[in-house]
Design a protein around this ligand. Sequence first.
Ligand code: ADP
Length: 222
Amino acid sequence: MIKSIVQLLNITKTFPGSIAVSALRGLDLEIRRGEMTAIVGPSGAGKSTLLNILGLLDVPTSGRYLLNGTDTSRLGERELTSLRAVTLGFVFQAFHLLPHLNCVGNVMLPLAHQGWPRRERARLATEALVRVGLGHRLDARPATLSGGERQRVAVARAVVHSPSVILCDEPTGNLDRENSTQVMDLLRRQVTPERSLIIVTHDDAASACADRVVKVVDGVVC
Ligand code: ADP
């Protein structure tokens, strides 16, 4: 098995406009399996741009991104969508749960692409919710949950399809200290020898949970 799950090689990202913005300027980054990495840095440094590229939600202007050994620059839109669905899980600051679905329905969503029968998807979602301590709220709608509970549903959704990489964008940004600690413990427990976690955060307590802290300044790792 290849040791690096993520390799970014000389990545640039320029946003065109009357004044073009160079958000990433030759960034190199390697993430190993089984590692939790915190990405920190000042506002405007390029962290969100980097996370979007890591999440296959945006493409670099130049450079190579190898994910699980696959050179993503060679893939078309359909292949990227499929690689994203199978390999990546996402946790966002604002939870991004669908309000009309209950917890099981939300956690089943990443399994939709994998062609399993509904009953099997519901079983896996239920198991994931039990693992994050929400076995008693399976039928609850997001609006009836606390912020900490919503983020736990989001963590269950991020891992239900056994992704190789979990990408987290300020996962404690909307939580109080106690819930932040619980969510970070929960995220930390999702790291396995095969699975890595990458978290963009301003929260020192969150980055303290990481094996490695990567600082991005002016579009490069410093
Ligand atoms: P951070 O997440 O570290 O605050 P960003 O990645 O959001 O930094 O932004 C890096 C730079 O790229 C900033 O100067 C920002 O204004 C610019 N930028 C980000 N997204 C866009 C976009 N879609 N269009 C133009 N400029 C952008």
